[in-house]
Design a protein around this ligand. Structure first.
Ligand code: CA
Length: 265
């Protein structure tokens, strides 16, 4: 029986004690640690090899961890590598910023070895499952400016990177447009003292992306008229980057369609 390879995890952490501790923990739990003390060292390693996951500290001496994560998540060669941010920054706004850069998980210090390893394993499994489902991804989310919305958009974006020839600017524009709709939905819900106004259903195949936005109540029909209307209102991120072929009203909601082609070899 072949022995399973130990998953390789790039540890990007500038404090030597913490880097050693993380390496010891990961080794003890069956991973192979690859240490990097700076953002630049991490990029040098990533130019030569593809680890199975990245543990990323946010406060690094050379590069800002948020910027580094964004850089990794907007490159075809590194997009698919799961990134777990590991940081002392524990405000909800920091967490949101982490997911907005495209991170797959966000773990705060202090942590327990068991807890960190459980999150890392769950993240690896999730990312592996997503990449298997890429050929036909179906997801729904009630848009409400939640962390879950950001995770759903990140999953969609990873599948777009795997399956389509869209350029990174287009995929980022689509993701940013969705984030602005999600933020607007959160504001709308707070103003109207109601639940999420719109349910988004994502249906992605290798030849087309279909995003269906359905109001969740009679009252919330106004949200779509205000924020996503074929004649009146389209997020500028979508129109500027040409990520819509058709935007139409359908079954009481709005549907966005984009024809797709597989990535060039
Ligand atoms: Ca640090």
């Amino acid at each position: 029986m072949a022995t399973e390879a130990r998953p390789r995890v790039l540890i990007v952490e500038d404090e030597p004690d913490m880097n050693h501790l993380l390496a010891d923990v990961l080794s003890a739990y069956g991973f192979e640690p690859i240490p990097a003390a700076t953002g630049q060292e991490a990029l040098t390693i990533l130019a030569e090899q593809t680890p199975d996951a990245i543990l990323l500290d946010l406060m690094l001496p050379d590069l800002n961890g948020f910027e580094l994560c964004h850089q990794l998540k907007t490159s075809r060669t590194t997009r698919k590598i799961p990134v777990v941010i590991l940081t002392a920054l524990d405000r909800p706004a920091d967490r949101r910023d982490g997911y907005k850069t495209g991170a797959d998980d966000y773990v705060t210090k202090p942590f327990t070895p068991e807890g960190l390893v459980a999150r890392l394993r769950a993240c690896l499994e999730h990312c592996c499952a997503v990449q298997k489902e890429c050929s036909h991804l179906v997801l729904t989310a009630d848009l409400s400016a939640s962390i879950n919305d950001l995770k759903v958009f990140n999953t969609l974006t990873t599948c777009l990177y795997c399956m389509t020839d869209l350029v990174p600017d287009q995929m980022e524009a689509l993701r940013r447009g969705l984030i602005s709709l999600s933020d607007a939905a959160g504001h709308w819900a707070a103003e109207h003292r109601s639940l999420a106004p719109v349910q988004l259903t994502i249906d992605l195949t290798p030849t087309r992306l279909r995003l269906q936005f359905q109001p969740t109540s009679k009252e919330s029909e106004g949200f779509l008229a205000e924020h996503l209307h074929p004649e009146a209102a389209v997020p500028s991120e979508f129109t500027d980057a040409g990520v819509i072929d058709r935007l139409m009203e359908e079954a009481g909601g709005v549907v966005l369609e984009k024809r797709l082609r597989p990535p060039a070899e």
